[in-house]
Design a protein around this ligand. Sequence first.
Ligand SMILES: *Cc1c(COP(=O)(O)O)cnc(C)c1O
Length: 376
Amino acid sequence: MTAKITRFFREKRPDTPILVVDLDAISDNYQALRRYLPLAEVFYAVKANPAPEILGLLAELGSSFDTASRAEIEQVLAAGAAPDRISYGNVIKKQKDVAWAFEKGVRLFAFDSEAELRKLAESAPGARVFCRLLMTCDGAEWPLSRKFGCEADMAKDLLVLARTLGLDPYGVSFHVGSQQTKLDQWDIAIGRTSMLFTELSEAGIGLKMINIGGGLPAHYRDDVAQVDAYASEIMRAMTRHFGNDLPRMIIEPGRSLVGDAGVIEAEVVLISRKSYGEDVRWVYLDIGKFGGLIETMDESIKYRIETPERRGASGPVILAGPTCDSADILYETHRYKMPLSLKVGDRVRIHATGAYTTSYASVNFNGFQPLQSVYI
Ligand SMILES: *Cc1c(COP(=O)(O)O)cnc(C)c1O
């Protein structure tokens, strides 16, 4: 936790639950990524955290943006980024939203199906389009598999069709899965992409861009490699498969840019046991799956959780949220431990929660407010 966030909690004692994000940490993460991967242009994945403070900061630092909807494009434009720094990266778009984005000046679009490509041809004539490849996402703690991308042979046909339809077949994208812990996944994906480049060049189409997606991790409970290790694996794969003839490279980090920059402070609402013989306590917080911690679904993302006011001997707990839905349990299989001295009203800190929390929080389930956040 950064000194700035520590000071904020100490001096302000804000109402909980609240996410506090240190913008300097995001700036540092952005600079580090630029330093270790100088050849890759950064397109921040807006969905990770679309706060205007973050978009404004990244726009100023020179970042471009990966967007998924009309509203996200509007947010990015409002932050001061020009439309040529926006990629409309969702492969599922309404025809009228494609037309709207094109009218606003967006010229880079993703697709993974023939029907989507035909929408682009109709409403974004001549635009640069890239095809998303299907990935298995092995090793990812939050996989983005199955639903997105198509197999390479279909991608090839679709990129040829793109040219026939008057579009600019510009490149290939993939996402190896979010919070990807296996560094070799990029090598597999980049290898497939380079084969596609070769096949299309034989068909007379010179692709120009590889979009290596997101997947770089934030630092949760389990150790992960640092960004420099990811960067060198990625560059090694790029030179292995493309040699000296490197295409334009785009990277779309979300989690790795903003995750570690935020900390949620929450409060213990209730501590109970279900029977006299049990030693496992149920600890209910004022935040749960619907309040911004949906990535605990299937206990996928395992946050570091700390009780700043309590130390000493600890015992097993089941952690749950405050709503009237039995799905609102955070961790049960993965046994978290908390001090035996824990009391109702104690504060709890949930670390590395700058990504995929505020943007995922429900609007009004059980009357609970969406997750509040401040950017300092
Ligand atoms: C979600 C998403 C990202 C960001 O992924 P992270 O793992 O958070 O870095 C990048 N690109 C696309 C297309 C996405 O859907």
